[in-house]
Design a protein around this ligand. Sequence first.
Ligand code: NAP
Length: 304
Amino acid sequence: MHDLIIIGGGPAGLTAGIYAVRYGLDTLVIEKNVVPGQIATADRVENYPGFPSISGMELMNKFKEHAEKTGVIVHSSDVRSVKDGGDKKVIVTDNGDLEALAVIIATGANPRRLGVPGEDTFLTKGVSYCATCDGPFYAGQNVIVVGGGESAVTDALILSDIAENVYVVHRRDELRACSILQKRAFDKENITFVWDTVVQEIKGGEFVEKAILKNTKTDEITEMEIDGIFIYVGITPNTSIADVEKQGAGFIVTDEKMESSVSGIFAAGDCRRTSMWQVVTAVSDGAVAAISAHEYITSVKFEN
Ligand code: NAP
């Protein structure tokens, strides 16, 4: 029986681990991926204080190194579910069951699917969710980026240094991304913005060949010949393992102490319902969740 099990070894989970170990809790972090965290796929992170410009992978490695030096133990397993047994939580993994007094869910999120015909068919054959991972395959080619948020504009910029032309297809005529990214993208000669437009279908043979586009104002349908489509229309949290209150796409609802609707189960980072999903907010969530878990565990131990 551990004091605390943290599910997820990204920025939120490792920060929670660092705080929990420093508070003397017998802590285990469970992570299924060798390289955890959406952040590891980010080409550049420029808004994490102390690091004006750092690759996501490098930042993640620094978190891991820091956690290891603090004594955080990371166990490799795939968590299937978290069961609430009152004062005891059971974590069901592919390597057997584990028990803890409290759990922090820091399982992050994955890119949301656009949900149009052809998206699944052409996955890895022209459809991608990560320019850092797949961008180099499109050297000198023409690609579409779908979305108007930070992810879309960041990855459009990465692709503009690789591809011949990048078309940012956005459903409105205004971007959601921060102004510094917008300016960089507007200044790029090979990035074209296709406003008020959605992708209706992705077509091709063995690989993507064209996108069917619809203007949201005029309903006009057009075809664009294209080699790749990069999709950034938000995130879907990885929260199916826990039966706690959720909202929207499945984001875990917590109070200000990061506690979920189930006593002793906390959530932190991208899997939590919040107004902002950034590395800086994930690490903040992790710290708050660990301290709240410490408070909870102390009271459980006192009562027993
Ligand atoms: P996001 O901020 O939710 O933006 C999603 C974009 O996709 C929006 O522009 C949205 O349009 C559009 N969209 C949503 N559903 C659509 C649909 N069905 N069809 C067409 N377009 C659709 O998502 P994100 O850019 O992936 O970012 C997720 C979170 O991570 C955000 O909190 C973001 O700030 C954060 N993030 C941070 C960094 C960083 O700190 N460096 C980098 C990347 C992401 P509307 O604008 O019309 O809603």
